[in-house]
Design a binder for this molecule. Sequence first.
Ligand code: ZN
Length: 416
Amino acid sequence: MPVITQENLALVVTKEVEQVRVTDIHTHLYPPNFGDLSLYGIDELLTYHYLVAEFFRYSTMDYEDFFNLSKTQQAELIFQTLFLEHSPVSEAQRGVLTTLKELGMDLNVRDLRVFREQINSIPAFDYVDRIFAIAGIKEVVMTNDPFDPKERQLWEMKGNKDPRFKAALRLDVLLNNYEKNYEYLNQMGFLVDKKLDENTLTEIRRFLRYWIEKTNAVYLAVSLPPDFMVPEDSYRSRILEKCVLPICRELNIPLALMIGVRRSINPRLGLAADSLGKADIRAIEYLCRTYPENKFLVTMLSRENQHELVVTARKFRNLMVFGCWWFLNNPMIVEEITNMRLENLGLSFIPQHSDARVLEHLIYKWVHARKIIADVLTKKYLDLLESGWKVTEEEIKRDIEDLFGNNFWKFVGRNV
Ligand SMILES: [Zn+2]
């Protein structure tokens, strides 16, 4: 073990951050046996909604005409517009370049058909292994929605056989739209009523137990609007307090709250239509204070919420802050937030998740995140050296393993 000096510090930190195998705690990926729910390949990458939104910054094309095209045609238009007619400087655009480069492509070719052919020539059976190896991924947590008929059927018929894919049960439909969706629960065999009487609450709890067991979920999760508040007189607040939190306590699993998304502010953009808003931190304070036996994983979408979120985490040890979500996943904001968290919480947080929807997203999200986190950490260790505190390579390795996986598993309370 070399002595860590100001001269070799950056090299050691960068090496450890590049080598650490990541537990990616929030993705939208599925195991290969889930068939066409698993998205991969250059056309999926290019037509991802981040890039669709950016395409319409330049294009005057009619929205509907674009969405009526095949995926391949959409990908060609996006490549032409965002990569050939303008330099691809945005984070999502640059992400495609990083991904192609890490896959071994020659970027100077600048020909989508060539990229497509080269990627398609990689044998499908080891594609997941290959992407996980390039991105340095140990395991990923999925987003599993029992209200999605296709996904529900896959869990009932096949289940997940790949231990690298962990489940997280997504409760958006249950919590955000109960009054419109409760009949689906009846169709699934859970006898609920629109009115939240005792029988209905018991059945919702039975539904949660059933699906946690079926998927072996490591946490429950919900994405929430900026006006999320609890307690309040709403279906969401009552189901949360009377069903979700008791079941989390009973089975000792965390609830992940992803707060601040405003759905479909421009419906013509389809999947690219969502935006964000600043949320009220008092909902999190109430939950952490009122339910000390519950564990909350929290990420917020608005940059304006980040400081009060870290301050709240200083007050409640049952609150684990995670990730730089969606519109925050820009280098300048990731750097700012990671600094803020280190300065307020030490190493007791989860700096990033990928939110990968397409398998290859894992590559660029983690290449970019590792670089920023390594740079920020290096500066923090440098401050320690300057104060006369010596750090060893083993200690640096320990800290980095905590940030990229162990903090999550310790918080979840089990190692599966
Ligand atoms: Zn997500």
